[in-house]
Design a protein around this ligand. Structure first.
Ligand code: AOF
Ligand code: ZN
Length: 364
Protein backbone atom coordinates (compact mmCIF):
# COMPACT_ATOMS: atom_id res chain seq x y z
CA UNK A 1 0.00 0.00 0.00
CA UNK A 2 1.10 3.57 -0.65
CA UNK A 3 1.53 6.44 1.82
CA UNK A 4 -1.72 7.85 0.50
CA UNK A 5 -3.62 4.62 1.20
CA UNK A 6 -2.28 4.24 4.74
CA UNK A 7 -3.13 7.87 5.42
CA UNK A 8 -6.64 7.18 4.21
CA UNK A 9 -6.86 4.42 6.83
CA UNK A 10 -5.60 6.81 9.53
CA UNK A 11 -8.21 9.36 8.48
CA UNK A 12 -11.05 6.86 8.64
CA UNK A 13 -9.98 5.88 12.14
CA UNK A 14 -9.99 9.57 13.06
CA UNK A 15 -13.42 10.11 11.49
CA UNK A 16 -14.95 7.65 13.95
CA UNK A 17 -14.09 10.01 16.80
CA UNK A 18 -15.93 13.03 15.38
CA UNK A 19 -18.15 14.55 18.04
CA UNK A 20 -16.47 12.73 20.94
CA UNK A 21 -12.97 14.20 21.32
CA UNK A 22 -13.62 17.88 22.09
CA UNK A 23 -11.87 20.06 23.07
CA UNK A 24 -9.21 18.11 21.17
CA UNK A 25 -9.11 17.20 17.50
CA UNK A 26 -9.81 13.64 16.44
CA UNK A 27 -6.63 12.01 15.19
CA UNK A 28 -5.92 8.59 13.66
CA UNK A 29 -2.58 6.79 13.69
CA UNK A 30 -1.50 3.65 11.81
CA UNK A 31 1.92 2.08 12.40
CA UNK A 32 3.28 -0.03 9.55
CA UNK A 33 6.29 -2.34 9.77
CA UNK A 34 7.57 -4.05 6.64
CA UNK A 35 4.25 -3.73 4.87
CA UNK A 36 2.16 -4.97 7.80
CA UNK A 37 -0.03 -2.93 10.11
CA UNK A 38 1.48 -3.25 13.60
CA UNK A 39 -0.63 -0.70 15.46
CA UNK A 40 -3.73 1.41 15.15
CA UNK A 41 -5.10 4.12 17.36
CA UNK A 42 -7.40 7.09 17.52
CA UNK A 43 -7.94 9.90 19.98
CA UNK A 44 -10.00 8.77 22.97
CA UNK A 45 -13.24 10.31 24.30
CA UNK A 46 -12.67 13.83 25.60
CA UNK A 47 -9.36 13.97 23.71
CA UNK A 48 -7.22 11.40 25.55
CA UNK A 49 -5.31 9.21 25.10
CA UNK A 50 -3.82 10.63 21.95
CA UNK A 51 -3.92 8.44 18.84
CA UNK A 52 -0.16 7.76 18.82
CA UNK A 53 -0.20 6.45 22.41
CA UNK A 54 -2.82 3.87 21.45
CA UNK A 55 -1.08 2.82 18.25
CA UNK A 56 2.35 2.55 19.94
CA UNK A 57 0.90 0.43 22.75
CA UNK A 58 -0.58 -1.96 20.19
CA UNK A 59 2.60 -2.11 18.10
CA UNK A 60 4.94 -2.80 21.04
CA UNK A 61 8.38 -3.90 19.78
CA UNK A 62 7.17 -3.83 16.20
CA UNK A 63 7.31 -0.01 16.32
CA UNK A 64 11.11 -0.24 15.93
CA UNK A 65 12.05 0.85 12.42
CA UNK A 66 8.38 1.31 11.44
CA UNK A 67 6.53 4.12 9.70
CA UNK A 68 3.79 5.97 11.58
CA UNK A 69 0.94 7.57 9.61
CA UNK A 70 -0.68 10.34 11.65
CA UNK A 71 -3.60 12.47 10.47
CA UNK A 72 -2.36 15.48 12.50
CA UNK A 73 1.14 16.57 13.44
CA UNK A 74 2.14 14.75 16.66
CA UNK A 75 2.10 16.99 19.72
CA UNK A 76 5.23 18.58 21.15
CA UNK A 77 3.94 19.71 24.52
CA UNK A 78 3.75 18.17 27.96
CA UNK A 79 0.03 17.97 28.63
CA UNK A 80 -1.33 15.21 30.81
CA UNK A 81 0.95 12.93 28.86
CA UNK A 82 4.48 13.49 27.49
CA UNK A 83 4.74 14.71 23.88
CA UNK A 84 3.72 12.15 21.23
CA UNK A 85 6.70 13.25 19.12
CA UNK A 86 9.00 12.04 21.93
CA UNK A 87 7.02 8.81 22.37
CA UNK A 88 7.35 8.02 18.65
CA UNK A 89 11.11 8.65 18.83
CA UNK A 90 11.53 6.59 22.01
CA UNK A 91 9.72 3.66 20.39
CA UNK A 92 12.21 3.67 17.52
CA UNK A 93 9.87 4.86 14.76
CA UNK A 94 12.01 5.57 11.68
CA UNK A 95 9.60 7.60 9.53
CA UNK A 96 6.50 9.68 10.22
CA UNK A 97 3.96 10.64 7.55
CA UNK A 98 1.71 13.55 8.57
CA UNK A 99 -1.45 14.81 6.87
CA UNK A 100 -1.44 18.37 8.21
CA UNK A 101 0.07 20.58 10.90
CA UNK A 102 -1.50 21.09 14.31
CA UNK A 103 -2.40 24.81 14.64
CA UNK A 104 -2.37 24.62 18.47
CA UNK A 105 0.30 27.24 19.36
CA UNK A 106 1.93 24.66 21.66
CA UNK A 107 2.58 22.46 18.62
CA UNK A 108 2.43 24.32 15.25
CA UNK A 109 5.56 22.86 13.67
CA UNK A 110 7.29 22.04 16.96
CA UNK A 111 6.15 18.42 16.74
CA UNK A 112 7.78 18.05 13.32
CA UNK A 113 10.95 19.78 14.56
CA UNK A 114 11.17 17.38 17.52
CA UNK A 115 10.79 14.35 15.26
CA UNK A 116 13.47 15.61 12.88
CA UNK A 117 15.81 16.44 15.77
CA UNK A 118 15.48 12.79 16.83
CA UNK A 119 16.63 11.70 13.35
CA UNK A 120 13.18 10.65 12.11
CA UNK A 121 12.32 11.17 8.44
CA UNK A 122 9.16 13.31 8.18
CA UNK A 123 6.79 13.59 5.21
CA UNK A 124 4.11 16.29 5.46
CA UNK A 125 0.94 17.10 3.50
CA UNK A 126 -0.44 13.67 2.54
CA UNK A 127 -4.23 14.08 2.16
CA UNK A 128 -3.90 17.45 3.90
CA UNK A 129 -7.15 18.99 2.61
CA UNK A 130 -9.16 16.00 3.84
CA UNK A 131 -7.47 16.14 7.26
CA UNK A 132 -8.16 19.86 7.61
CA UNK A 133 -11.81 19.42 6.61
CA UNK A 134 -12.16 16.58 9.12
CA UNK A 135 -10.87 18.74 11.96
CA UNK A 136 -12.48 21.99 10.77
CA UNK A 137 -14.11 22.26 14.21
CA UNK A 138 -10.80 22.08 16.07
CA UNK A 139 -9.21 24.49 13.58
CA UNK A 140 -12.09 26.95 14.17
CA UNK A 141 -11.72 26.69 17.95
CA UNK A 142 -7.96 27.36 17.77
CA UNK A 143 -8.04 29.91 14.94
CA UNK A 144 -11.27 31.80 15.64
CA UNK A 145 -12.02 30.91 19.24
CA UNK A 146 -15.39 29.41 18.30
CA UNK A 147 -16.71 25.99 17.29
CA UNK A 148 -17.62 25.31 13.68
CA UNK A 149 -21.36 25.56 13.08
CA UNK A 150 -23.44 23.20 10.97
CA UNK A 151 -26.97 24.42 10.36
CA UNK A 152 -29.46 21.61 9.87
CA UNK A 153 -32.72 22.44 8.13
CA UNK A 154 -35.61 20.08 7.43
CA UNK A 155 -38.14 21.81 5.23
CA UNK A 156 -40.87 21.44 2.64
CA UNK A 157 -39.99 22.17 -1.00
CA UNK A 158 -40.82 25.79 -0.35
CA UNK A 159 -38.53 26.12 2.68
CA UNK A 160 -41.19 25.88 5.43
CA UNK A 161 -40.61 24.13 8.76
CA UNK A 162 -44.26 24.13 9.90
CA UNK A 163 -47.73 25.11 8.79
CA UNK A 164 -49.09 28.46 9.90
CA UNK A 165 -50.93 26.62 12.71
CA UNK A 166 -47.58 25.21 13.92
CA UNK A 167 -47.98 21.63 12.69
CA UNK A 168 -44.42 20.39 12.07
CA UNK A 169 -44.28 16.67 12.85
CA UNK A 170 -43.15 15.13 10.56
CA UNK A 171 -42.12 16.94 7.42
CA UNK A 172 -39.21 14.69 6.47
CA UNK A 173 -39.34 10.89 6.46
CA UNK A 174 -37.76 8.15 8.54
CA UNK A 175 -34.52 7.93 6.52
CA UNK A 176 -33.86 11.67 6.96
CA UNK A 177 -34.60 11.50 10.66
CA UNK A 178 -32.05 8.70 11.05
CA UNK A 179 -29.44 10.67 9.10
CA UNK A 180 -30.19 13.68 11.27
CA UNK A 181 -29.48 11.58 14.37
CA UNK A 182 -26.18 10.47 12.85
CA UNK A 183 -25.38 14.13 12.20
CA UNK A 184 -25.97 14.83 15.89
CA UNK A 185 -23.64 11.98 16.74
CA UNK A 186 -20.76 13.52 14.80
CA UNK A 187 -21.08 16.88 16.58
CA UNK A 188 -20.04 17.80 20.13
CA UNK A 189 -23.33 19.53 20.84
CA UNK A 190 -26.77 20.25 19.43
CA UNK A 191 -28.06 23.81 19.79
CA UNK A 192 -31.59 25.22 19.44
CA UNK A 193 -33.51 28.32 20.46
CA UNK A 194 -35.97 28.15 23.34
CA UNK A 195 -38.93 28.69 20.98
CA UNK A 196 -38.20 25.36 19.31
CA UNK A 197 -37.74 23.70 22.71
CA UNK A 198 -41.17 24.98 23.80
CA UNK A 199 -42.85 23.97 20.54
CA UNK A 200 -41.36 20.49 20.11
CA UNK A 201 -40.23 19.32 23.59
CA UNK A 202 -37.25 17.54 21.95
CA UNK A 203 -34.56 15.37 23.55
CA UNK A 204 -31.77 16.34 21.14
CA UNK A 205 -29.84 13.11 21.64
CA UNK A 206 -28.39 10.70 19.09
CA UNK A 207 -30.72 7.73 19.15
CA UNK A 208 -28.98 5.28 16.86
CA UNK A 209 -27.81 2.17 18.69
CA UNK A 210 -24.05 1.85 19.02
CA UNK A 211 -23.42 4.93 16.89
CA UNK A 212 -22.22 7.06 19.75
CA UNK A 213 -21.29 6.18 23.34
CA UNK A 214 -20.60 9.65 24.70
CA UNK A 215 -23.41 11.76 26.13
CA UNK A 216 -24.69 14.52 23.84
CA UNK A 217 -24.37 18.09 25.05
CA UNK A 218 -27.55 20.11 24.40
CA UNK A 219 -27.27 23.90 24.22
CA UNK A 220 -30.40 26.04 24.49
CA UNK A 221 -30.42 29.75 23.70
CA UNK A 222 -32.87 30.92 26.33
CA UNK A 223 -32.42 34.61 27.19
CA UNK A 224 -34.90 34.66 30.07
CA UNK A 225 -34.71 31.03 31.26
CA UNK A 226 -38.13 30.04 29.99
CA UNK A 227 -37.25 26.38 29.39
CA UNK A 228 -39.69 24.26 31.42
CA UNK A 229 -38.14 22.01 34.06
CA UNK A 230 -40.80 19.43 33.28
CA UNK A 231 -39.70 19.07 29.64
CA UNK A 232 -37.54 16.32 28.14
CA UNK A 233 -34.43 18.50 27.89
CA UNK A 234 -34.43 19.35 31.60
CA UNK A 235 -35.44 15.86 32.68
CA UNK A 236 -32.53 14.32 30.77
CA UNK A 237 -29.93 16.72 32.19
CA UNK A 238 -28.34 14.11 34.48
CA UNK A 239 -27.51 11.90 31.52
CA UNK A 240 -26.85 14.40 28.74
CA UNK A 241 -25.31 17.78 29.67
CA UNK A 242 -27.70 20.71 29.34
CA UNK A 243 -26.19 24.15 28.79
CA UNK A 244 -28.29 27.28 28.76
CA UNK A 245 -27.15 30.54 27.18
CA UNK A 246 -29.03 33.39 28.82
CA UNK A 247 -28.91 37.14 29.23
CA UNK A 248 -28.04 38.94 32.46
CA UNK A 249 -30.84 39.76 34.88
CA UNK A 250 -32.46 36.32 34.75
CA UNK A 251 -34.77 35.36 37.63
CA UNK A 252 -32.58 34.09 40.55
CA UNK A 253 -35.15 31.41 41.41
CA UNK A 254 -34.89 30.03 37.86
CA UNK A 255 -31.09 30.16 38.02
CA UNK A 256 -31.20 28.14 41.22
CA UNK A 257 -33.68 25.64 39.82
CA UNK A 258 -31.49 24.99 36.78
CA UNK A 259 -28.47 24.67 39.07
CA UNK A 260 -30.31 21.97 41.02
CA UNK A 261 -30.80 19.79 37.96
CA UNK A 262 -27.11 20.20 37.06
CA UNK A 263 -27.59 22.46 34.04
CA UNK A 264 -24.69 24.73 33.12
CA UNK A 265 -25.75 28.36 32.85
CA UNK A 266 -23.68 30.65 30.64
CA UNK A 267 -24.41 34.37 30.62
CA UNK A 268 -23.98 35.95 27.20
CA UNK A 269 -24.14 39.58 26.01
CA UNK A 270 -27.60 40.51 24.66
CA UNK A 271 -28.57 41.33 21.09
CA UNK A 272 -31.69 43.07 19.82
CA UNK A 273 -33.37 39.66 19.78
CA UNK A 274 -31.93 37.02 22.10
CA UNK A 275 -28.20 36.82 22.70
CA UNK A 276 -25.28 38.08 20.65
CA UNK A 277 -24.45 35.17 18.31
CA UNK A 278 -20.71 35.82 18.14
CA UNK A 279 -20.46 36.11 21.92
CA UNK A 280 -22.51 32.93 22.29
CA UNK A 281 -20.17 30.95 20.05
CA UNK A 282 -17.10 32.42 21.75
CA UNK A 283 -18.47 31.18 25.07
CA UNK A 284 -19.01 27.72 23.58
CA UNK A 285 -15.46 27.72 22.18
CA UNK A 286 -14.09 28.66 25.60
CA UNK A 287 -16.09 25.80 27.07
CA UNK A 288 -14.23 23.49 24.68
CA UNK A 289 -16.77 22.81 21.95
CA UNK A 290 -15.43 22.30 18.43
CA UNK A 291 -18.51 21.17 16.44
CA UNK A 292 -22.02 22.49 17.02
CA UNK A 293 -25.12 21.37 15.12
CA UNK A 294 -27.81 24.06 15.07
CA UNK A 295 -31.29 22.66 14.56
CA UNK A 296 -33.35 25.87 14.61
CA UNK A 297 -35.62 27.53 14.98
CA UNK A 298 -35.86 30.23 12.38
CA UNK A 299 -34.78 33.04 14.70
CA UNK A 300 -31.55 31.36 15.79
CA UNK A 301 -30.80 30.30 12.20
CA UNK A 302 -31.30 33.89 11.03
CA UNK A 303 -29.11 35.41 13.73
CA UNK A 304 -26.21 33.03 12.99
CA UNK A 305 -26.55 33.45 9.22
CA UNK A 306 -26.70 37.20 9.45
CA UNK A 307 -23.54 37.24 11.58
CA UNK A 308 -21.73 35.03 9.02
CA UNK A 309 -21.29 32.27 11.60
CA UNK A 310 -22.67 29.30 9.67
CA UNK A 311 -19.92 27.11 8.19
CA UNK A 312 -21.92 24.18 6.78
CA UNK A 313 -25.58 23.63 5.94
CA UNK A 314 -27.28 20.21 5.90
CA UNK A 315 -30.63 20.81 4.27
CA UNK A 316 -33.21 18.04 4.12
CA UNK A 317 -36.06 18.78 1.72
CA UNK A 318 -39.30 16.79 1.76
CA UNK A 319 -41.41 16.54 -1.40
CA UNK A 320 -44.34 18.62 -0.23
CA UNK A 321 -45.48 22.22 -0.47
CA UNK A 322 -46.84 24.03 2.58
CA UNK A 323 -47.39 27.48 1.15
CA UNK A 324 -46.33 31.02 1.83
CA UNK A 325 -48.08 31.39 5.17
CA UNK A 326 -46.16 28.46 6.69
CA UNK A 327 -43.30 29.06 9.15
CA UNK A 328 -40.05 29.96 7.34
CA UNK A 329 -36.83 28.05 8.14
CA UNK A 330 -35.02 31.38 8.40
CA UNK A 331 -37.05 34.04 10.17
CA UNK A 332 -36.91 37.78 9.79
CA UNK A 333 -33.87 37.90 7.60
CA UNK A 334 -35.16 40.00 4.75
CA UNK A 335 -32.24 41.48 2.82
CA UNK A 336 -33.28 44.07 0.23
CA UNK A 337 -30.49 43.68 -2.30
CA UNK A 338 -29.35 40.29 -3.56
CA UNK A 339 -25.81 41.47 -3.00
CA UNK A 340 -26.50 41.30 0.75
CA UNK A 341 -27.70 37.70 0.62
CA UNK A 342 -25.55 35.14 2.42
CA UNK A 343 -24.19 32.78 -0.21
CA UNK A 344 -22.86 29.25 0.14
CA UNK A 345 -21.11 26.78 -2.13
CA UNK A 346 -22.94 23.60 -3.04
CA UNK A 347 -21.16 20.52 -1.70
CA UNK A 348 -23.26 17.43 -2.43
CA UNK A 349 -26.83 16.30 -3.03
CA UNK A 350 -28.23 12.83 -2.43
CA UNK A 351 -31.54 11.09 -1.98
CA UNK A 352 -32.63 10.42 1.60
CA UNK A 353 -35.56 8.03 1.37
CA UNK A 354 -38.21 10.09 -0.39
CA UNK A 355 -36.46 13.31 0.64
CA UNK A 356 -33.32 15.04 -0.56
CA UNK A 357 -30.25 15.99 1.47
CA UNK A 358 -28.12 18.81 0.14
CA UNK A 359 -25.00 20.05 1.89
CA UNK A 360 -23.45 23.46 1.42
CA UNK A 361 -20.19 24.99 2.64
CA UNK A 362 -19.14 28.50 3.55
CA UNK A 363 -17.67 30.44 0.62
CA UNK A 364 -14.08 31.37 1.43
C1 AOF B 1 -1.75 14.33 19.10
N1 AOF B 1 -2.53 13.23 19.00
O1 AOF B 1 -4.50 12.20 19.18
C2 AOF B 1 -4.42 14.50 19.64
C3 AOF B 1 -3.59 15.65 19.70
O2 AOF B 1 -4.56 18.51 26.64
P1 AOF B 1 -3.71 17.53 25.89
O3 AOF B 1 -2.41 17.24 26.54
O4 AOF B 1 -4.47 16.28 25.50
O5 AOF B 1 -3.32 18.25 24.50
C4 AOF B 1 -4.31 18.72 23.66
C5 AOF B 1 -3.66 19.13 22.35
O6 AOF B 1 -3.03 17.98 21.77
C6 AOF B 1 -4.66 19.58 21.31
O7 AOF B 1 -4.91 20.97 21.41
C7 AOF B 1 -3.94 19.26 20.02
O8 AOF B 1 -2.94 20.23 19.76
C8 AOF B 1 -3.24 17.98 20.38
N2 AOF B 1 -4.10 16.85 20.04
N3 AOF B 1 -2.29 15.53 19.40
O9 AOF B 1 -0.53 14.25 18.92
C9 AOF B 1 -3.83 13.26 19.26
N4 AOF B 1 -5.74 14.55 19.94
ZN1 ZN C 1 -0.04 13.83 21.44
Amino acid sequence: MTDDEYMRAALSLARRGLGETAPNPTVGCVIVNEGRVAGRGRTGPGGRPHAETEALAMAGDRATGATAYVSLEPCAHHGRTPPCADALAAAGIARVVIACRDPDPRVDGAGIARLQAAGIAVVEGVRAAEAMALNAGFFARIGQGRPMVTLKLATSLDGRIATKGGDSQWITGEASRRTAHALRGSHDAVMIGVGTALADDPELTCRIDAYRDAPMTRVIVDSHLRLPLSGRLARGAAEHPLWILHRSGADPARIEAFGTIGARLIEVAPAEIGVDPAAALRALGEAGLTRVLVEGGGTLAASLLRAGLVDDIAWFTAPLVIGGDGVAAVAGFGVTALAEAIRFAHNATRASGGDRLTTYRRLD
